[in-house]
Design a protein around this ligand. Structure first.
Ligand code: HPA
Length: 256
């Protein structure tokens, strides 16, 4: 694979999660493993074209999938994408469904986040600073990007939720039934392990960021059985084509 040499601004950045370590349909033009002040990203950046539009893809858990959610170098990932000229990012996340309408293989474009993670490197604003910075994070996801994904989902006739509170947990274990009861009481609709600090770091870098969630299981205690990797894989197989088709049309919707 040739290294990316064209430094013209790239457009859409896509961070693929569990079940999406490669983007089919992406005409790959180059790959690059950049260095950042925060270390190396999870995988090389893959530069390519979706239709006529330039896209940069990054596998959040590495390729092959090997980095657990709490050990992803989120700071390096976001920094690398920004350094590559990306200004807009969609983070694809496999999640558990808490809301009754959000069962396996359902697609969700969440509008809010509650962060339950701990101990992750979660900010660029630390160390030897001139001043303390508190970014606004009232609305964690970029509304224009959210609406663009929802429009595309609608055009494709996909059943996709236009709201959802994403509860970000530490992992890598799944939750207890009681934790899910508490999260539901808090107002969470979906639960995942990788939504934070990614969204906040994107905001610190002034990147436009939104999440595309694929429900891969009912959250713990929402069924009468325990969660198995087989059922998760089945939901990924059933639902990832919806995610891929939204992503395929999204640059056209955003950039015309
Ligand atoms: N909980 C947390 N993260 C997840 C889940 C879940 O049930 N499913 C997929 N990612």
């Amino acid at each position: 694979m040739t290294a990316q040499t064209d430094k013209a601004p790239q457009r859409l950045g896509i961070i693929g999660g569990t079940g999406l370590t490669e983007l089919e349909g992406l005409q790959i033009v180059g790959e690059e493993m950049p260095d950042t002040p925060w270390g190396a990203p999870s995988a090389p950046l893959v530069f390519g074209e979706l239709g006529e539009h330039r896209v940069v893809f990054l596998a959040r858990h590495g390729h092959p999938h090997r980095i657990p959610p709490h050990q992803v170098n989120y700071r390096a990932n976001l920094w690398a994408l920004k350094q590559a000229g990306v200004r807009q990012i969609v983070g694809v996340n496999a999640v558990g469904g808490i809301h009754p309408a959000m069962g396996p293989a359902h697609v969700v474009v969440p509008h809010q986040v509650i962060d339950y993670t701990w101990g992750r490197a979660h900010t660029y604003f630390e160390g030897d600073l001139d001043h303390v910075t508190h970014i606004d994070f009232t609305y964690p996801y970029h509304e224009g990007l959210r609406q663009a994904m929802l429009t595309v989902a609608d055009q494709l006739g996909l059943n996709c939720s236009n709201f959802g509170v994403y509860g970000a947990t530490q992992g890598p274990r799944l939750e207890t039934a009681a934790e899910i009861v508490r999260m539901e009481r808090d107002g969470c609709d979906i639960v995942g392990m990788t939504g934070m600090p990614e969204a906040a770091l994107a905001a610190e870098l002034e990147l436009e960021y939104a999440c595309l969630g694929l429900v891969v299981n009912w959250a713990a205690g929402k069924t009468d059985h325990i969660i198995t990797m087989e059922e998760i894989q089945q939901a990924i197989d059933a639902g990832m084509s919806s995610v891929r088709s939204i992503l395929a049309r999204l640059p056209g919707q955003l950039y015309g």
